[in-house]
Design a protein around this ligand. Sequence first.
Ligand SMILES: [Zn+2]
Length: 97
Amino acid sequence: MPTYVYAKKSDANEDGCAECRASFEAVQRMSDAPLEKCPKCGAPIERVLQAPMLGNIDNSLKGPSDSALKQAGFTKFKRAGKGQYEKQYGTGPGRLG
Ligand SMILES: [Zn+2]
């Protein structure tokens, strides 16, 4: 299931809690309606657009080598299917999507 990032609406009057002020992730089905309220404090929230993951923009562009990225502490994800990514190395979450 896709993971969406939510954050407190910037024009909301509520202060929000630590989570929605900093933004948080919610795993939802594609068919689920977007969340409108923070599940913790009830402040109005909105979905934040995420940047596409590494390698998705232009596969013909050659970036730094894997070993350089690994040494620099990056986490690399490999596309494992529609909207899903599996970690190849690094300290990030084991699976996205
Ligand atoms: Zn909150």
